[in-house]
Structures are given as structure tokens and as C-alpha cells.
Design a protein around this ligand. Structure first.
Ligand SMILES: [Zn+2]
Length: 506
């Protein structure tokens, strides 16, 4: 880019005002510029290419200002991002007020498949600036850094109005829902306001979560490996028993549970659920929302449901012993129960139940299937490249991971190797439009399914649920571990070894 002397001077003046450049540096730049017969700004950009996007913004605005008034120097101070843009994901600033910003933020969240929006004030150069971040594929990214604090204040007020929260209350947490229409479609966000203190000011941090349309999920959409698929059909067809879906927050447990509900015979059976919150309504399922404010907790709803002749019960979460005990008891007395836990592996959820105070014989007899799952970043199909050391990756990473697998699992590995496509993801600085230069776009589920057997029941009762022994027995009996499952997804070309390891070993 060639910059005229006038533009160069204006931009450098802006940098000088901001303390990016001092007198001495300015002098040096001009000297070098004179020698090379180019503008001082071009010299600066050669030295610090990271300033390019900031310069672009200043130049755009300067152009606009010059059109309005030939001799006025742009008042860039108020409008332009006050620090060099570090993240290439940050949007260009717009002049719009808080309402316009909010439209752009909510619409952008949907278009970019972000799961959460974080709105707060960030400190830059000892000043509070409005900040909006998106969580995309598990990672937070800056979207707006606007020096106008009023943008934050305006967005908070507007969001409170939209979610029927109290405008005059900022000292206690509040939450609600925000409806939003985008391109003619209805969307909904769950919103929460939480009091925070910054620079001695009482402020609020706002988080919005996009409510996924889980009502239409089904097992086909989960892209479950054919090896694990029959376990789901078996679990859904059980006459009674306790099934757990486990994993950290945001690992897709709710989606899996809703998919299971979709495939359950909801006409021939009485299917009910206890949820907090109800994420989506499912036809022919009686869904009850937990409400702590009136004492309607999981355990109380569950006891009431058991008097309503249920066949299948989905208990959103088991946070306390009473709920867990009632749920396991229901499974032992002829009901199918599905619930979730927050553990890292299938066997760890057995230990968790016992730690919660569940009797070992109860856990051993009630449990039927345990699904442990995570979401792994999906490699971008537009910019992925064949892995340069595919053979080494197979030999050093994958072969050892399958060494103790059952014959059936080893067979899946051998089958996958025959048609393997191993890719590597490359961060490319925004060169790829599809993934915004991240190398990854979207996520893919990895899971292990543990089917209870007599040997594991023995370990629970006689060996206090020793996790190492339970894991060894589960693998011997045919469980494909999450790591092995992840490698099969690598061989299918859907993700990378790096992405799998980042998740399953964390
Ligand atoms: Zn890409």
C-alpha cells in the first residue's frame, strides 16, 4: 500500500497522541523515509506489520472525514480502537449506537456459530472500554473493543429490558431469556447478569448463551461411529436400568440425551423429564422444569413423577445424594432412567456415584450403560493439508493406543487404516475464509460407551470400584476408549491428532 504524505502524517499524528510513537521515533522514521523516498508510514509498517489493521481503520475514517470537510483533521481519538488490534477476529468499529451494536452482536453470534457471548468492560490504557467476546468452538475471541463505555451501558440496559430483568438492580445476579429474530427465523438466548467490581465501580458482567435447537436432534446427527451405535439401540430398548451420559460442561451431553429421547418410543411408553432449564420442548415427553425458588428441586419432582406410572425418566442432573439415590432406586424397580454427571471418563462416573454416598451394590446392580463424551475441534475442510508425517503419527501415537484393545476394536482400527486420510490443521492468518484462519471449524463428538457386565459389578462390590481395574475390564470386554474413538475420527479425516490429544488427555 502506498500512502500519501497527508495520510501518513495524520496516521502518525494519531499514533503520537496515543503514545505509540515518541518524538525520537518519529524523527527516525522520517529520516529513513526520506532516504528511501517513501512515506514514513510505509517505513513504520515495514517494521511493525501488526499495525496494519489499525492503520486501515484510521485511513478509512480519515477518508470519510476529508469528504465532509477538506481541512478538518479527523477526530479519531473517540472512535478508533485505542490499542493495536491484536486479534484478527476483532470486528471493525461501527458508529452505531448500543442498539445497533447489539443487533450486530446477536446476529453475528448466530452467523458465526458462537455458543456464548460475553459482554463486559475491559481495561485499556487505564480506561474502561466496552468489550464483546464470542466463544466459538470452545475458545473465546474478542469481537468488539470499543473505547465508548456507553456502548456497554446501552447494551446492558437494552438486554435487561428484553429479558424482563430489573433495570434498577445491579447488585444481585439476574437471569432471563432474550428472543431474537434473525433472517426471518426465531432464536432464543439465555442471559445472566452478574455483579462485578472494576476500578472501584459496581458493574455487571453479561453472558448470553445461544439456545441450540435440540428438539430436532437425533442419533444420526451425532455422527456416532458404527461400532458404538448398537449400544445406544440396546440402551434405548432396555426394560429397566440406569444409563449415564457424562462429560464436562459443554461436551454435548444435553444433545445426546435429547437424541435418545427422540428415538425412544414415546407413544407406547410414558416418557418424562426433569430439567433445569428445559432447553427445548420434545413432542410426547412430559417435561418438568426445576424451580428452586419454590422448593421444586430434582429430588422432589422425581418422587412425584414416580407416582405417575413412568417408563422412561430423564433426570437432567444428579447434584445431590437424594436425587441420585431416588433415580437409581427407580432404575432397580422397573424404570429406565437417563441422567448426566460431570466426570472425565465412563469408569470415573461409577466412582463419583460411590463418592456421593451411593451404596456399591446399588450402583453395581442399577447401572446399564455409561456414555462419556467430549467435543473435539473439526479440521477445516478448506485449508487442511495431508499430514507430512502421517506414518510416524500412526506408529507412535495410534498403534500404542490400540495395543490393549479388544479384537473387535482392533479390527475397526485396521479397517480405518485402509482408507485413512490423516490431515494437519494450519493457522493461516485469516487466509481461509471458511475457518477465519483458525484451521478448525466446528466440532465433532468423541465418546466411549461402557456396557456393564458381571466382572465390572464384581470390581465395584469387592474392590471398591477400583478405576484402573474397571477400565481394564471395560476395554477387555470391548469398550472403545475416547482416545481410540478420537483416532478413528482422525483417520476419517474429520479431526487431527493434536485436537484429539488436547481434549482426551486434559
Ligand atoms: Zn480453513
Amino acid at each position: 500500500m502506498i500512502y500519501s504524505t497527508a495520510v501518513s502524517d495524520q496516521v502518525l499524528a494519531f499514533f503520537q497522541q496515543r503514545g505509540v510513537l515518541n518524538e525520537q521515533q518519529m524523527g527516525m522514521l522520517k529520516q529513513v523515509a526520506d532516504q528511501q523516498q517513501i512515506s514514513a508510514l510505509e517505513v513504520l509498517l515495514k517494521q511493525q506489520p501488526s499495525l496494519q489493521s489499525t492503520v486501515d481503520q484510521i485511513v478509512t475514517r480519515a477518508g470519510l472525514e476529508q469528504e465532509r470537510s477538506e481541512d478538518s483533521v479527523p477526530d479519531a481519538q473517540q472512535e478508533i480502537v485505542s490499542k493495536p488490534v491484536e486479534s484478527r477476529h476483532t470486528w471493525d468499529l461501527i458508529d452505531g449506537d448500543a442498539n445497533e451494536q447489539l443487533q450486530r452482536v446477536l446476529g453475528g453470534c448466530i452467523d458465526m456459530d458462537a455458543s456464548d457471548i460475553h459482554i463486559d468492560l475491559d481495561e485499556v490504557d487505564h480506561k474502561l472500554v466496552s468489550r464483546v467476546r464470542f466463544r466459538i468452538d470452545g475458545e473465546c475471541r474478542d469481537m468488539i473493543i470499543d473505547p465508548r463505555k456507553s456502548i456497554y451501558e446501552g447494551m446492558v440496559s437494552r438486554l435487561k429490558t428484553l429479558s424482563y430483568c430489573r433495570l434498577d438492580e445491579s447488585r444481585v445476579p439476574q437471569d432471563g431469556r432474550v428472543p431474537f429474530v434473525h433472517n426471518g427465523k426465531n432464536y432464543e438466548f439465555r442471559i445472566s447478569f452478574n455483579p462485578v467490581t472494576k476500578k472501584n465501580e459496581q458493574l455487571e458482567k453479561v453472558v448470553l448463551r445461544q439456545m441450540a435447537d435440540v428438539s430436532k436432534c437425533n442419533l444420526d446427527m451425532l455422527d456416532i461411529h458404527p461400532y458404538n451405535r448398537p449400544f445406544f439401540h440396546e440402551a434405548i430398548a432396555l426394560p429397566y436400568g440406569f444409563n449415564i451420559v457424562t462429560g464436562p460442561t459443554g461436551s454435548g451431553k444435553t444433545t445426546t440425551l435429547y437424541s435418545v429421547l427422540q428415538e425412544t418410543d414415546r407413544s407406547g411408553k410414558n416418557v418424562c423429564s426433569i430439567e433445569e432449564p428445559i432447553e427445548a420442548e420434545v413432542a410426547r415427553v412430559n417435561q418438568t422444569q426445576v424451580r428452586h425458588d419454590i422448593g421444586l428441586d430434582f429430588a422432589r419432582v422425581l418422587r412425584a413423577l414416580l407416582r405417575q406410572d413412568p417408563d422412561v425418566i430423564m433426570v437432567g442432573e444428579m447434584r445431590d445424594l437424594e436425587t441420585a439415590e431416588t433415580a437409581l432406586d427407580a432404575a432397580l424397580t422397573g424404570h429406565v432412567v437417563w441422567s448426566t454427571l460431570h466426570t472425565n471418563s465412563a469408569v470415573a462416573s461409577i466412582s463419583r456415584l460411590i463418592q456421593m454416598g451411593i451404596k456399591d451394590y446399588m450402583a453395581a446392580n442399577a447401572l446399564a450403560f455409561i456414555v462419556a463424551q467430549r467435543l473435539v475441534q473439526r479440521v477445516c475442510t478448506d485449508c487442511r493439508k495431508p499430514h507430512p508425517e502421517a506414518q510416524r503419527v500412526v506408529q507412535e501415537q495410534m498403534v500404542p493406543a490400540f495395543s490393549s484393545a479388544s479384537d473387535a476394536v482392533k479390527l475397526e482400527f485396521e479397517k480405518a487404516l485402509k482408507t485413512a486420510q490423516i490431515y494437519k490443521a494450519y493457522r493461516n492468518g485469516g487466509a481461509c475464509k471458511r475457518c477465519d484462519g483458525m484451521g478448525y471449524k466446528g466440532r465433532v463428538g468423541v465418546m466411549e460407551v461402557l456396557k456393564m457386565n458381571e466382572a465390572i459389578r464384581e470390581i465395584i462390590i469387592r474392590d471398591e470400584g477400583n478405576e484402573v481395574r474397571m477400565q481394564a475390564e471395560a476395554v477387555r470386554a470391548g469398550m472403545m476408549t475416547m482416545e481410540q474413538y478420537g483416532y478413528l475420527k482422525v483417520l476419517e479425516g474429520k479431526t487431527t491428532v493434536d485436537a484429539v490429544l488436547a481434549v482426551v488427555r486434559s
